[in-house]
Design a protein around this ligand. Structure first.
Ligand code: MG
Length: 382
């Protein structure tokens, strides 16, 4: 049976995803569409669970230290199709597992009340329902897009028209520590060709010295807002540049845009925004101070906003990194599917924990290894 595009769209009950799905079918000689109009509207089951993720090493950045993270997991099920999502609450943004769980509970009605194929409408409704705790929104949006990928039987990267051969290598992060422990961490990171090193405390030179004493790999540096004046930031950056550092992430506090612009003019290496950028609306004002942005699903509130940010940053000629918090393979896989869109990847959150409850996109010598399972392609213990 061959259907016209119009007939197909009315059968699938959507104009939003009809386009890419129809294109995927045409040219393959495929017969009837696979989606019944009733799918997406069935009874909804939503489960929420907090899981304690244990870190391999104490994780220290310029702000704080931790040995574990409590992340909040979401499982949605409708019409026999399951979607997984994850929130990694971050103290920098006033988030914690209890508040995040509450936000998810308050907003889950949005998914219950809508046909899941109307995921653009659902995103708009979640943007209104969840104003803080953006990681709660991320958990629901990730679960939703996993469900959509499974309902369409396509991996997420295919849904977005991406070629996984374009995915950049991921860096592996080295937290702040004593020189001896840093050397050990760098040796343990032997399989990863790129390192991201946390600095921003008074011992930056000692840390970089320890890294450089055991490796000459390319390194990227993240100060996590640690340098408080433009003169200090510039001095540190010029020294780091002399040590072969590729770029600097968030040198100064997020609200110091003018000072960061001053540093950027003199630095001679790219400056990337992280804490200064959460959603697409933040990007235009940063273009004068930063060469690129670090998009994280927990800040953006999920996959759909991350894709919007990618479009916004590209339109402004900015470089793009996809980064993460300490996350399991659920959220890491979600971000990994978008990496063919971007210049740099820093998606190692699941590699820093001992007890990842899920498995999905893997990393081999820094390269993402995608499976061809639909949606996020993740499986594990909810
Ligand atoms: Mg960062």
């Amino acid at each position: 049976m061959n259907l016209s595009r119009k007939q197909f769209l009315s059968l699938s009950g959507t104009t939003v995803l009809g386009f890419s799905f129809f294109n995927a079918l045409s040219g393959t000689g495929a017969a009837a569409p696979l989606i019944k109009s009733t799918i997406g509207n069935g009874k909804m089951k939503i489960d929420i669970k907090t899981k304690k993720l244990i870190l391999e090493h104490t994780w220290t950045i310029s702000r704080n230290s931790s040995n574990f993270k409590n992340n909040v997991f979401v499982r949605i099920e409708r019409d026999g199709i399951v979607g997984f999502g994850e929130a990694a609450p971050n103290v920098r943004y006033g988030e914690n597992a209890e508040l995040t769980t509450q936000k998810i509970k308050n907003a889950e009605q949005v998914l219950r009340e809508n046909n899941l194929f109307h995921f653009v409408n659902i995103k708009d409704a979640l943007d209104s329902a969840i104003l803080k705790q953006s990681c709660a929104k991320a958990a629901l949006d990730i679960a939703l897009m996993d469900w959509i990928g499974k309902a369409l039987n396509v991996p997420l990267y295919k849904y977005y028209g991406l070629n996984t051969a374009d995915a950049p290598l991921t860096s592996f992060s080295i937290g702040i520590d004593t020189p001896e422990v840093i050397k050990e961490k760098v040796r343990e990171a032997a399989p990863y060709p790129l390192l991201k090193v946390k600095v921003g405390k008074p011992n930056d030179e000692e840390i970089i010295g320890a890294v450089r004493s055991v490796t000459d790999k390319p390194i990227r540096v993240d100060a996590n807002e640690g340098w408080k004046t433009k003169e200090e930031a510039l001095e540190r950056i010029l020294w780091l540049k002399s040590q072969g550092v590729e770029f600097i992430e968030q040198p100064m506090p997020s609200d110091m845009i003018e000072e960061t612009a001053w540093v950027r003019e003199r630095a001679g290496i790219p400056i990337v925004a992280d804490e200064a950028v959460k959603t697409a609306a933040d990007i235009p004002k940063l273009a004068k101070a930063y060469d690129g942005i670090n998009i994280k699903l927990m800040k953006s509130g999920g996959i759909q906003e991350a894709v919007r940010m990618i479009g916004m940053a590209k339109s402004l000629g900015m470089k793009i990194m996809l980064g993460c918090m300490i996350e399991s393979s659920v959220a890491i896989s979600a971000a990994a599917h978008l990496t063919p869109f971007v210049d740099w990847a820093d998606l190692d959150g699941n590699l820093l924990i001992k007890n990842d409850p899920f498995h999905g996109v893997k990393v081999d010598k820094g390269r993402f290894v995608f499976n061809d399972k639909p949606g996020l392609g993740v499986e594990g213990d909810f």
